[in-house]
Design a protein around this ligand. Structure first.
Ligand SMILES: NC(=O)c1ccc[n+]([C@@H]2O[C@H](COP(=O)([O-])OP(=O)(O)OC[C@H]3O[C@@H](n4cnc5c(N)ncnc54)[C@H](OP(=O)(O)O)[C@@H]3O)[C@@H](O)[C@H]2O)c1
Length: 234
């Protein structure tokens, strides 16, 4: 008698958007090492080639991005693609790209996942908790993400939608985007390990690394008048 095929777990395959470098690349390797089926996505084909396995060349801001994603039927989407400006004064082309990747494309995928995916995880940032000079568009875009993810969690719960929304909140990670400070900075591999565990334990939010929850709490508690006196850059 033929052996029936093992049913696909509803959380697979995992589509990681922004998998070519940094946290996303490490997460791709981490999840694959733990037996998950991962489709790694990003714009840089040379880096996708070095990752191997299932890949998708994709610009998340492309109008036809959903046409490329839908046939893959991802059980989990990790929206890890991110862009951030770090300029002494605001620079509109950079801010516009920041909003296109971190807000518009993110929101489009978060909506799409509601009745189609088992899990939608998004990499926000501790920078999204308060306004930050020097990287204001980035901080504001991550604030949007933090708020929207909470809203989607509420919507999924009260509207009985199947998708679980997980907000990832890194502090500093040692990647191209994470060069601002060495304070409590972890490697992308450490970040990936924490994200894998958060995906497995059905957490609503995960600080990366967990001790960044202290910084997040402090940032939330600081009175506005005091916070605005302290010079800070993300
Ligand atoms: N590093 C930190 O300290 C830190 C802290 C807090 C939050 N984060 C967040 O963590 C996430 C990953 O960043 P990282 O630190 O690992 O930096 P990274 O190495 O620069 O990774 C950014 C990823 O985003 C992808 N990406 C950017 N624009 C894209 C687009 N239009 N379409 C598709 N993919 C796009 C890049 O791939 P391609 O260029 O190949 O498309 C790359 O894989 C970001 O969302 C970032 O905001 C990082």
């Amino acid at each position: 008698m033929p052996i029936p095929p093992t049913p696909r777990p509803p959380e697979d395959p995992v589509l990681i958007l922004g998998a070519t470098s940094g946290i996303g690349r490490a997460l791709t390797l981490e999840l694959r090492a733990h037996g998950r089926r991962v489709i790694a996505a990003g714009r840089r084909q040379d880096l996708l080639d070095t990752l191997g396995g299932e890949t998708l060349r994709l610009d998340v801001t492309a109008p036809d991005a959903l046409d490329a994603i839908a046939p893959l039927a991802p059980g989990t989407i990790v929206y890890n693609a991110g862009f951030g400006e770090r300029t002494p004064t605001p620079d509109w082309p950079l801010t516009r790209q920041t909003l296109a990747v971190n807000v518009v494309a993110f929101e489009r995928l978060a909506q799409w996942a509601l009745d189609r995916c088992a899990v939608f995880a998004a990499t926000a940032s501790v920078a999204g908790i308060r306004g930050l000079e020097g990287t204001n568009g980035y901080a504001a875009s991550k604030a949007y993400m933090l708020n929207a993810m909470e809203g989607y969690r509420r919507l999924a719960r009260h509207g009985r939608h199947p998708c679980r929304y997980l907000t990832l909140i890194p502090g500093f990670v040692d990647t191209a985007m994470g060069q601002a400070s060495a304070f409590w900075r972890c490697s992308p591999e450490t970040a990936a390990r924490h994200i894998r565990r958060a995906l497995a334990r059905h957490a609503p939010t995960a600080h990366i690394t967990p001790r960044w929850a202290l910084v997040a709490a402090l940032l939330r508690l600081l009175p506005r008048a005091l916070f605005e006196r302290i010079p800070l850059r993300a």
